[in-house]
Design a protein around this ligand. Structure first.
Ligand code: UD2
Length: 323
């Protein structure tokens, strides 16, 4: 895919997914304008991008409509990755989560409408499904979010659809399932894979919340980037599309796999109390993504983890016996 001559905005450009997307778009020749309020994002994630003359970066907030109106002049595509991203933090601060996510998308869509931006692609989340028992998750099934975070993403999805139907903006909503990979933060609010990689590096035991029989459809970030690129040419605007690996793994199996790949087989895997509000199983039916976008995930969980471990060992100059 050749993107030279395209002006593309990435919000949340200094974050985990946003920075990887920024690098990919620059590689493909696009002019990329990144914005991030640097609340969760880090400037260091953009160290390569900042050397590229096709990249502009602004420390700014998606709640600043006037700023967005200036920024979106002559822009072709917006990838909206900026968000209040933590489920547990959304439980502590629901009003902040709503403010960033819902007021954020309204601003993005309003500015896009006023500046005639052709395409808006939005990062939603499997958390909109909540704890419904039906598996795999299909886009048209009932959504029962169980966290303020899930509610905020659901509201954003509805606005994305409305702005297509009412104002004709070509919107595509990608519902991500448990994305992991390079640059994901290792913090208590982060995804389990980043937390466990941190544990492995520090020779700490891995802790599973509950019996470990819960499962997730962990999706390697490269596959998510591919979905975003495909979404630029989506001929079914207004749609909501699951993006996952389409192959779930239990937390028990994941822990053993991560220990095996790292070669640190003396580490223990421990169990503690289940996490309140935890969803038991989550995995994506990705047939719509295959049909509409031609999406075909390339990374099995083992391949994705190996890539992530390799990236980590090169970046931190440490040896992990990746096997
Ligand atoms: C939710 C969303 C996901 C994304 C994410 C953002 C669902 C199904 N998924 O992910 O789309 O929006 O939130 O944060 O709603 N765990 C352990 N040990 C640890 C840490 C976690 O066992 O040290 C377990 C945890 O109990 C859960 C699983 O790992 O069963 C995955 O947890 P997570 O926090 O990585 O992601 P999850 O599924 O809550």
């Amino acid at each position: 895919m050749e993107l030279s001559g395209k002006r593309i905005v990435v919000t949340g450009a200094a974050g985990f997914i946003g920075s990887n997307l920024t690098d990919k778009l620059l590689e493909l020749g696009a002019n990329v304008i990144g914005i991030d309020n640097l609340f969760n994002g880090r400037r260091s994630n953009l160290s390569n991008a900042l050397k590229n003359t096709n990249f502009e970066f602004y420390k700014a907030d998606v709640r600043d409509l006037n700023f967005l109106l200036d920024l979106f002049e002559d822009v072709n595509v917006i990838f909206h990755e900026a968000a209040f991203t933590s489920v547990p933090q959304s439980v502590m601060m629901p009003e902040n989560c709503n403010d960033v996510n819902v007021n954020g998308i309204i601003n993005i869509l309003n500015a896009a409408r006023k500046k005639d931006v052709e395409n808006v692609v939005f990062a939603s989340s499997s958390s909109v499904y909540g704890d419904t028992p039906t598996l795999p998750k299909k886009e048209n099934m009932r959504r029962l979010p169980i966290s303020p975070y899930g509610v905020s993403k659901l509201a954003c999805e509805a606005y994305m659809q409305v702005y297509y139907h009412v104002y004709g903006i070509k919107t595509t909503t990608l519902r991500y399932f448990n994305v992991y990979g390079p640059r994901q933060r290792d913090s208590p609010y982060s995804g389990v894979i980043a937390i466990w990689l941190g544990n492995i590096i520090r020779d700490e035991d891995l802790v599973i919340f509950g019996d470990g029989k819960q499962s997730r459809d962990f999706t390697y970030v490269e596959d998510v980037l591919e979905a975003n690129l495909l979404a630029m040419n989506n001929t079914y605007p207004g749609e909501i599309i699951n993006i996952g690996a389409g192959s779930p793994i239990t937390l028990n199996d994941l822990a053993h796999l991560m220990v095996k790949i790292s070669g640190k087989t003396t580490l223990n895997i421990k169990h503690t109390d289940p996490r309140p509000g935890d969803i038991v199983h989550s995995f994506a039916d990705i047939s719509k993504a295959r049909d509409i976008l031609g999406f075909n995930p390339q990374y099995s969980q083992e391949q994705g983890l190996k890539e992530y471990f390799k990236w980590y060992s090169i970046k931190h100059n440490i040896t992990l016996g990746i096997s």
